[in-house]
Design a protein around this ligand. Sequence first.
Ligand SMILES: [Zn+2]
Length: 439
Amino acid sequence: MKSLIATLVLLTTIAAAQSHPLATAEDVHTIYTHLLPQIEKIAIFDHHAHPGFPDDTDVDAMASPPGSAPLRERDTNPELVAAAKALFNYPYADLSPEHAKWLVNKKAELKKAQGVAYFSNLLDKLNIEQGVANRAMMADYLDPKRFVWVFFVDSFFWPFDNQKERARNADQGVYMPLQEKMLHRWMEQEHLQKLPADLEEYLKFIAQVLEDNQKKGGIAMKFEVAYFRPTRFGDPTKEQAEEIYKRYIAGGVPSEQEYRTFQDYIFRYLVREGGRLHLPVHIHSAVGVGDYFNISESNVMNLENILRDPRYADTIFVLIHGGYPLERQAIWLAAVKNVYMDSSLMEVVMYPAAFKDSLKQWLETFPDKITFGTDSFPYNDALGAEESYWLGVQTGRTGLAAALAEMIAAGEVTEAKALEMAHGYLHDNAVKLYPGKVH
Ligand SMILES: [Zn+2]
């Protein structure tokens, strides 16, 4: 009898929760209007950003070569005026050079007056509680209570003579010297005059950098390797990697195949170390800037053999930028229990109407595995980290409210469930990955 009642209760719940494909635009709009203010009250954890000033070269471990910016990221985007108005009470209706000067001066004035509080105040304005600073090194003008460091590890891929890599195209000509510089900074950090003669010692050096960076406050390691080589990683033996290391560490130019084999081994070593040290692995998984970024060779699905490898079950992977523009396939990689998605960049490249559709598909698939990031970056004086924070947060919150409004109107989720998903996406899902380190 008891179980019959239980069955009946279950059946009525299911009946009440029957979803349907056509909601009226009016319904969706009413729910959206009711939902958005509640979503605006959720304090955000920003899972991916590059806070800093435009003249600070440490905002990234690489530099953007001049390339074709998509429409919304151009300085002609009128939304930047709205951003400047919201953040700085900008008095003009356009960003003409003489008006933009007002904005540049205003930021300089505030920066001088507020010091370390400048970027924290910006987070307050956008209701971001805490955010990642994915930077080469941390800046003394970012308050460590509000900004947590994610450091880059790609430079460990490039210990040999890189002349051949540099010559591949103009972009690599910019990137390679910066990777070499980054490797030297890690060597300086560990008081190393020159790189060790054998692989075992080189791996120890890498592990020491990871551990020291963790002590300095680093919460995760970041790969932007898609900019430098294909992201399909083979599985060479240690002996193979060792032979190549020994042959080229003192000089000589490795062939492309030799370099890739060595890097495949280093990549997998870093992934394993991420598991040992509880240091999540962030991977750039989307399109990238520059004229030579190879989309097919850096396709997010190339990582599938790594992500689904049970040997790396202890490593947490975060697919930064959600594999865009393959985000609809990429979300299925989050079926793996240690794989998470980050939507940064998606909500800056896409306008809210398009972003809403992608986010909705994510929410309908693995809502507990998706995280929010702004990918804020100081592009130039007018489109600074400030404006890109605003753009990311605006699109994130409005897109989220719109996606959830459609799901509620279609009977897919209750309002309570929708708000739980909103908290997960904007804050809780990411925070859980760094227990005791972020909030
Ligand atoms: Zn980024």
